[in-house]
Design a protein around this ligand. Sequence first.
Ligand code: NDP
Length: 252
Amino acid sequence: MQQMLKGKKALVTGGTAGIGREIALQFARQGASVAIFGTNEERAKAVLEELEKAKISEEQKFAYYLVDVAHSKNVEGTVANILKDWSHIDILVNNAGITRDNLLMRMSEEDWDLVVDVNLKSVYNTCRVLARSMMKARSGKIINITSVIGLTGNAGQTNYAASKSGMIGFSKSLAKELASRNVCVNCIAPGYIETQMTQELPAQVKEAVLSKIPLSRIGQPSDIAYAALFLASDLANYITGQVLTVDGGMVI
Ligand code: NDP
């Protein structure tokens, strides 16, 4: 199917790498204008070039913004600028995320705060400033990238699991708040996806994870991008408040 997002305007946080980069590119291939948030300028520039190459219509626009999604004032200012230039955003993907794994007994307050702020407070930051314009437009799609860890928990990831479960509760609540204005809010819970985030795990951990995936392969960023494309498109206009797990069957 082509041009599923023709004329739409999307914002993807953490669009400079991994899953977010692939979502941004997939949206561009389907006709959307895409703005990405990240903090690494080199990667942001490289993705911007890729987006330009992926476009299918001269009307599509692309931009990157160097913004730390954990800081509400930075997000507020940047989104205000985007809305000035682009008038509105149809699709928001909250994808930026980090891990700082440790057992609770060894977890510093700094690592707790950082993970919760980047993964969860960021979602409050972007949704709060974009919900108003989506409500006014009486349409919009918000897609929050949580994790299977937010569903199951995982030893050594109390901060990450709390932030990812928090995203789910937040999304279900916001879905109820915005449904009357035709704004849909959903989550995608990826399983184990091959990106920089998972590359750093030791080989034996990777093998143990693989043995628990019924579809017998590690996921690719494109597996998540296709799910995001579906939820962002008109095919998902009657779906809100849901968590779509994309994990090769890890959590059944
Ligand atoms: P990567 O580490 O490959 O990419 C993370 C992205 O988040 C980068 O673009 C990075 O941008 C951005 N980012 C990190 N911190 C900030 C910040 N403070 N402000 C703005 N942007 C930030 O991770 P993945 O692609 O693997 O993960 C993407 C999402 O998917 C995350 O939310 C993650 O929790 C989730 N997920 C991933 C899984 C996996 O197996 N990979 C499994 C389940 C969920 P920059 O470097 O430019 O700052």
